[in-house]
Design a binder for this molecule. Structure first.
Ligand code: PMV
Length: 348
């Protein structure tokens, strides 16, 4: 017998990809393995309330509140998500749902909330499962949360676990799967366990190209197969640098991944330039700073103009000084967000 009302709460952080996921089959089956650092400060908190339908035939009502304000524009995405997960959460169709969600980062920051948002919602859902099946293990619940989150937004699969996370089948990694992500934190050198990520908000607007359109541009892309093979190799290579603490090689590979993601978009049909003039200014300043100071500061990019500055924690003061003096002037409203590698999602 299912309860009349269910209420669950969870939190999940955002993540930053080091090897990029770009290209997919239906239902977020990635074309290549990706590797990411889970972040700490940029996160979503979600409360999911379910209320039993009076009649089974009733259509499911979904209401969503972002920062306590009802936001009907999010409903279609959640309706689609609920349809996709129906067979894995069969109890869901007996309920109407209300979702209260809030992000720790500003709405207009150009930081996508889909990874943290979908991961938080998936954790709420598996918490319900835990109450229905108390003997299911925590590890299995988290794996299922990653599986469900993936169906909402691919990169969300990587936000359940903390530290270094791998998603997507890779020949060399037996437990890897296209269906859910794997934590690899135990395999990383101490220099990377508290790596810093300061996000320079070059453009705080909505994404110019949606992820779905972006991924679809890899279908029939002239360089698709070479890119997918490169990402598989880069995943293996990067793991070795992460485990032996080779920061120099890490930086070279991570920057090359970011530029390759943008290069793919520049030569797809239709083509896009998602960097801004300020993105390039910042990249050149990072390179000059690195040459001059020997501080291992590198960058990565998402599918937009914002720049993620990655560096070891022991250089935090120096890099913060550099941002204040030289970089924040390139940001919209001089805005940036400080983050670092964190622990992954949890039930609240
Ligand atoms: O999860 P999606 O469908 O929003 O795709 C994310 C794609 C990138 O952010 C560009 C790269 C990645 O691996 O996170």
């Amino acid at each position: 017998q299912l309860p009349q009302k269910i209420s669950t709460k969870a939190m999940a952080p955002s993540n930053i990809a080091l090897v990029k996921y770009w290209g997919k089959e239906d239902i977020q089956i990635p074309k290549n393995t990706s590797l990411s650092f889970t972040l700490s400060n940029c996160k979503t908190k979600t409360l999911l309330e379910l209320e039993a339908k009076k009649k089974a035939s009733e259509e499911t009502q979904i209401r969503i509140f972002l920062d306590e304000e009802e936001t009907p524009s999010f409903v279609p995405k959640i309706q689609k998500f609920f349809r996709l997960i129906n067979e894995y959460c069969p109890y869901l169709k007996q309920y109407h749902a209300t979702i209260h969600t809030s992000n720790s980062f500003p709405h207009s920051s150009g930081i996508a909330s889909s990874a943290s948002g979908m991961a938080a919602l998936a954790l709420c859902l598996v918490q319900i499962e835990k109450s229905l099946q108390p003997d299911v293990s925590e590890a299995d619940l988290r794996k299922k949360a990653s599986f469900l989150a993936r169906l909402g937004s691919g990169s969300a699969a990587r936000s359940i676990e903390g530290g270094l996370v791998l998603w997507g089948k890779h020949q060399a990694i037996k437990e890897s799967s296209d269906l859910y992500a794997l934590p690899l934190s135990s395999e990383i050198h101490s220099i990377f366990t508290d790596y810093q990520d300061t996000i320079l908000l070059i453009d705080r607007g909505q994404k110019q190209v949606s992820s779905s359109l972006g991924h679809s541009l890899m279908n029939g892309h002239p360089f698709a197969e070479a890119r997918f093979a490169q990402a598989q190799n880069n995943s293996t290579e990067l793991q070795s640098y992460l485990s032996n603490g080779d920061v120099k090689s890490f930086m070279r590979l991570v920057e090359s991944e970011a530029l390759t993601l943008h290069a793919m978009m520049m030569c797809s049909r239709p083509y896009f330039i998602l960097m801004a003039a300020q993105t390039l200014e910042v990249i050149h300043k990072i390179w000059a700073y690195r040459d001059e100071t020997k501080i291992p500061l590198c960058f990565t990019l998402d599918a937009g103009a914002n720049v993620h500055l990655l560096y070891p924690k022991k250089y935090k003061d120096e890099v913060q000084h550099f941002i204040q003096q030289d970089l924040k002037q390139h940001c919209q409203d001089e805005a940036f967000i400080h983050d670092e590698v964190g622990e992954g999602g949890r039930f609240l």
